[in-house]
Design a binder for this molecule. Structure first.
Ligand SMILES: [Zn+2]
Length: 486
């Protein structure tokens, strides 16, 4: 191996995590990046060594071009798989991996020994590549000191909540409406809905205003729309400092958070249950493995590396236990924020003892999604009657943050991504004007104690990128649904 080759390998191995990082930099720290970089170098070096000796053995000479093809195929497999999935083509790994291997075998057979010139051309391409990575990475970090702004609503600065009881807000992430489940996944959820009404829940048809939790939930809690998002937008802070949370605090509510997998931790809350289980630096590792050919076995690898994964099953178990334990909320009034990353992936199944276990493939498909949905249904139908029995005068709001967002077969109405689940238990004497969308839910609830509160317009915003700022593209016409990203 000569110097140019070695530098090219290094550039490529820096490119892979940097490329991933620049797409996720709003969620990852620099420490995460260096972990991903270290892992990429370890795996990359093993692959390069194997391919180097393999090609030398077969061809009797070193061929860096074939090694680059091998590296490229290995590290882009998952991206390609995801691309097919996003375009409605779901292929099984068992068919796609042989295709990738055949491309590699053909390249061994047909790619001739490269001249020095060709290696220099490849080297130059790699230099351009890494230069592009760094530029796009830095451009995301333009100076931005503005704070995040929500559309102003002074009307909520102080409202006397003495007439309002304790509120339990349960968010099953990505739980679709009955209609969306039927249309998109051909799944009949009417039994669950019926069982909820039997125990006193009201079901409403409402939509979400945003497609992603990180804005949808803060918008619900701020009872308004996002005007401007800063680069330092933080889900935790947006919840911690939201209008409704401040209002509950001013009215001496005790604030309780139960973290069911979204890693949410709210500084302003009195209790943050289940959060310790989730404090882990490797939380993006599984997803990162998913971009490479290790995708089908990623959960096995994550299990082998010590401390590399959060015990997701343990966290969800903690969530359901804490939720079930809520008692005497009528004593000191409480606001309970119970954020559950289900039926959203990762996916689980219940073993013969009823314990949650993570599924191995973790791919988004009907089987996995419905599996999670049925666990949520099952747990809630056990927990909710206890909650009502132990806290008969509390309001229980069961509402997802958005609907199911993936193109699977039978997916013919894209606007159903906004169709989310809404059920509410209201004690005697309370009522709710249909809020229409998530932004109005707490406004509608507050109308019970203040008649001046108005509902706001029901708007919908598309997601045109991962940064909070790019999730604010307003959809003008939901009847003729189309997202036009700039
Ligand atoms: Zn969500």
């Amino acid at each position: 191996m000569n110097k140019i080759e070695i530098i090219s390998y290094i550039i490529f191995l820096v490119h892979v995590p940097l490329f991933y990082f620049s797409y996720n930099q709003f969620y990852l720290s620099f420490f995460d990046f260096f972990q991903l970089l270290g892992f990429t170098f370890l795996v990359g070096t093993i692959i390069i060594s194997i391919l180097f000796f393999l090609i030398r053995k077969i061809k009797n000479y070193n061929n860096p071009i074939i090694i680059f093809i091998g590296l490229f195929l290995f590290f882009s497999y998952g991206i390609f798989y995801q691309f097919l999935f996003d375009n409605n083509i779901s292929v099984k790994h068992i068919y796609l991996i042989p295709v990738f291997l055949s491309i590699f075998i053909l390249s061994i057979k047909y790619i001739p020994k490269p001249s020095k010139k060709i290696i220099m051309v490849v080297f130059t391409i790699f230099l351009v590549l890494i230069f592009t990575d760094i530029t796009s990475f830095l451009s995301n970090y333009e100076s931005d000191v503005a704070t995040t702004n929500w559309k102003d609503s002074n009307e909520f600065d102080f409202i006397d909540l003495s007439g309002l009881p304790s509120v339990i807000y349960i968010i099953p992430d990505e739980y679709p409406s009955e209609r969306a489940l039927k249309t998109n996944l051909n799944y009949d959820n009417s039994q669950f809905v019926h069982n909820l009404t039997e125990i006193g829940f009201e079901i409403n048809y409402i939509t979400s205003n945003y497609m992603y939790s990180d804005i949808s939930i803060p918008s619900t809690l701020n009872m308004n729309y996002l005007e401007k998002a800063s680069k330092s937008f933080s889900y935790n802070d947006e919840i911690s400092n939201s209008k409704i949370v401040e209002l509950f605090k001013k009215n001496n509510y005790e604030l309780i958070l139960i973290n069911g997998g979204t890693s949410v931790y709210a500084e302003s809350f009195d209790e943050n249950f289940c959060e310790n289980i989730n404090k882990n630096n490797f939380s993006y590792f599984t997803e990162y493995l998913g971009i490479s050919m290790l995708r089908p076995v990623r959960s096995i690898i994550v299990d082998i590396i010590p401390n590399s994964s959060i015990n997701e099953a343990e966290n969800r178990t903690c969530f359901f236990e804490q939720l079930n334990n809520l008692k005497n909320l009528e004593g000191e009034k409480k606001f309970v924020f119970a954020d559950l990353l289900m039926p959203h992936k990762p996916y689980f199944y219940q073993d013969e003892n009823g314990n949650l276990q993570e599924v191995n493939d973790n791919e988004i498909n009907k089987h996995n999604f419905i599996g999670n949905l049925e666990i949520v249904n099952d747990k809630l139908l056990t927990i909710l009657p206890n909650l009502i029995r132990n806290n008969p005068n509390s309001i229980i709001l069961l509402m997802s943050d958005h609907g199911f967002r993936y193109n699977l077969k039978n997916f013919d109405q894209d606007d159903l991504v906004f169709d989310n689940f809404f059920a509410i238990y209201l004690p005697e004497g309370y009522s709710l004007e249909n809020p229409g969308s998530t932004v109005n839910v707490f406004r509608s609830l507050l109308q019970n104690v203040n008649h001046d509160i108005q509902l706001t317009e029901n708007l919908h915003f598309a997601n045109c990128g991962l940064s909070p700022e790019s999730q604010r593209i307003q959809i003008d016409n939901m009847d003729n649904f189309s997202i036009r990203c700039p």
